[in-house]
Design a protein around this ligand. Structure first.
Ligand code: PLP
Length: 381
């Protein structure tokens, strides 16, 4: 079977894929159809937090598959309640809604913001990425993603990250929310400055909008804390999550404060699949493994080590925990060469690599990756 040819024939050409067919995964390693193994430093774009095919995850999901997969939200199901209880503990948010992806979580957050404040304007950051559906695309910065689909939802204003004057100019009494990625991921891994985040809360107190943290990429231990907000010591009004939430199983969610939840009503939002028993068990199993194996601490420790090692070969290394960006010339070529040598990496631009591996990554695997990157840099110079 010529997979490359069949993909061209049968699939809508939205993706430019690397020429490799993965058929199996175990821990931090992926295997192609010929049995060649690859160290996975992408984790399905920051999703597979506990590593591929973790035995506890497989067991829990298999058991739930046999028991009950889906009944819709017309009825009560136990895993959804258990997941919400667990999320209150680890996020500090009070009430939750479940969906199936990051973009859906952002859609819900935008709707909540308008409903709760009665205001219209969304304020996002330049370089932000929040998803590809019409609402989340409206608060996504990149012109290339937005242009073919205009007119998008309005009014939207984009603020220069970390520029408090620009923020003050653009928020007003018609602002429904300010939506932030605390670490801008698709942009190349750029953490926001604490002073700027604090200023957003000061503006909120003056103009009475909601602060939405989009933690789709930064949640569940990725940054060396359970959520990136824990680095900043603040509580937003709304938080969005997805990606690592099910360690590769599609599930997303929105967490809100009690004050926000009190102003939301029956029928204002819904999802057929959202929070079904199978997805919620996948998420519970993910959280159980993160807790039992101390993966938040591992992310912090191995992430720090990874950044130190990368500093030996790059003059600009950024990030928190195992969410790392580093400047590399001809990054797309580096990615192709690394793939040939059995290391999976992602480039966010011509001169930036992003590393978002499983949180089980070890120092030994970091050394392996850095040695290969080092020799590739030598070849490219
Ligand atoms: N928000 C952020 C911060 C993201 O990084 C992404 C995806 O990369 C999304 C939202 C959209 O998530 P999804 O691709 O699951 O719709």
């Amino acid at each position: 079977m010529d997979v490359f040819e069949l993909e061209r024939e049968y699939l809508i050409p939205f993706y430019k894929r690397h020429k490799v067919v993965f058929v199996r995964g175990e821990g931090c390693w992926l295997y192609d159809e010929r049995g060649k193994r690859y160290l996975d430093l992408v984790a399905g774009i920051a999703c597979v937090a506990i590593g591929h095919s973790h035995p506890h995850f497989v067991r829990r999901v298999e058991e739930q598959l046999r028991k009950l997969i889906h009944v819709s939200n017309l009825f009560y199901t136990i895993p959804q309640i258990e997941l919400a209880m667990k999320l209150r503990e680890i996020t500090g948010m009070d009430k939750f809604f479940f969906c199936n992806s990051g973009t859906e979580a952002v859609e819900c957050a935008l709707k909540i913001s308008r409903k709760v404040t009665g205001k219209r304007k969304f304020v996002a950051l330049k370089n932000a990425f929040h998803g590809r559906t019409m609402g989340s695309l409206s608060v996504t910065w990149k012109e290339k993603f937005r242009k073919p689909f205009e007119p998008l939802i309005q009014p939207v204003e984009f603020v220069e990250p970390n520029n408090v004057n620009d923020l003050e100019r653009k928020v007003d009494d018609d602002t429904a929310c300010v939506i932030l990625e605390l670490v801008q991921g698709e942009a190349g891994v750029y953490p926001l400055e604490e002073g700027f985040v604090k200023a957003v809360f000061e503006e909120r107190d003056e103009h009475h909008f909601l602060v939405v943290f989009d933690e789709v990429q930064t949640g569940f231990g990725r940054t060396g804390k359970w959520f990136a907000k824990d680095h900043y010591g603040v509580k937003p009004d709304v938080i969005t999550m997805a990606k690592a939430m099910g360690s590769g199983f599609p599930i997303g969610g929105v967490g809100v404060t009690s004050e926000v939840a009190e102003r939301l009503e029956y029928t204002e939002h819904a999802s057929t699949f959202g929070g079904n028993p199978l997805a919620c068990v996948a998420s519970l199993a993910t959280i159980e493994v993160i807790e039992r194996e101390n993966l938040v601490e591992n992310s912090e420790r191995v992430g720090r080590y990874f950044r130190e090692r990368l500093e030996e070969i790059s003059d600009d290394v950024r990030g928190l925990g195992l969410m790392i960006g580093a400047r590399f010339e001809r990054a797309f070529e580096v990615v192709e060469r690394a793939l040939n040598r059995g290391v999976v990496i992602n480039a966010t631009s011509e001169n930036n690599l992003r590393f978002v591996p499983p949180l089980i990554l070890s120092e030994r695997e970091v050394d392996m990756a850095v040695d290969i990157l080092n020799s590739i840099s030598g070849e490219i110079d």
